[in-house]
Design a protein around this ligand. Sequence first.
Ligand code: ZN
Length: 313
Amino acid sequence: MSEPLTSHAELLRVLDHLAAGRQGALDRLFQVLAIPSVSTDPAYHAACVDAAEWCASSLREIGFQARVEKTRGKPMVVGHWHGSGSPLRVLFYGHYDVQPPDPLAEWTAPPFAPRLAQDPQAGEVIVARGASDDNGQVMTFLEACRSWLAVHGRLPVDVTVLLEGEEESGSPSLPSFLDNYGEELKADICLVCDTGQLDADTPAITAFLRGLAFSEITVTGPSRDLHSGIYGGPATYAGEGGSPAVGCGASIPIVESFRSRLGMDSLLVGFALDDDRIHAPNEKYNVKSFTKGARSWARLLDELGAIDGNLKA
Ligand SMILES: [Zn+2]
């Protein structure tokens, strides 16, 4: 391996920036959670467009070139930041649409009025529709990119972002979109943030290999780093807190679409928990999952930046 393109000191400054910016990150997450981007109900179509526009403008504010691209259904958000000098390009995928909030009567507070609450088990939590699935998780990646760019003016690898607005309604526009924009979206690997952790202190990686085959891997690693080898070998990954990381199986259709239409493998790194009540009343997201998720992405980007092109072999 050649000299890493990033150094440990660089990463630490990014992590410090994330820690100092915690409140701002929560404020931004609350802004998008206030938009009722329910894709399954036509009554919320304008809100879905608003959410897409919010995401694109947020990406531009960070330093990406980003736009909202129409489809027959809900628009896609596409963003690029290229110029890292790394041979690697990653495609990040997430979705801005959310499940309907019904039954509304079971919410203890309005679903699109995000708030912080104390959970007896989880501690401080964000309560809102989409807090965990998937706006909270999408924002972990955007916040990591924001801090990298704010501190260093660059990302460790080239990054393309694709945010979908129909994940909760079966992704009807996605196949044709990938056919039309495949060349633009193509990357060495896709990073998907729409899955779960094993538990509050144990992050999980799900690595899809070929087609619909996916692996269930258990890896134990040092307390800080993700080492190269995520392609063709198990990743050694440790999330915040130094717990061993455990990969577990999950299935979302986008991964198969990326493989069959773009020839790309996906790495699923999610920061949701089984008790987040996704798709149910009073959906919550642990503040710890949000802040540590962003820190994990900052580290993962750093590690990807240290790969000298083996991923392309
Ligand atoms: Zn989701």
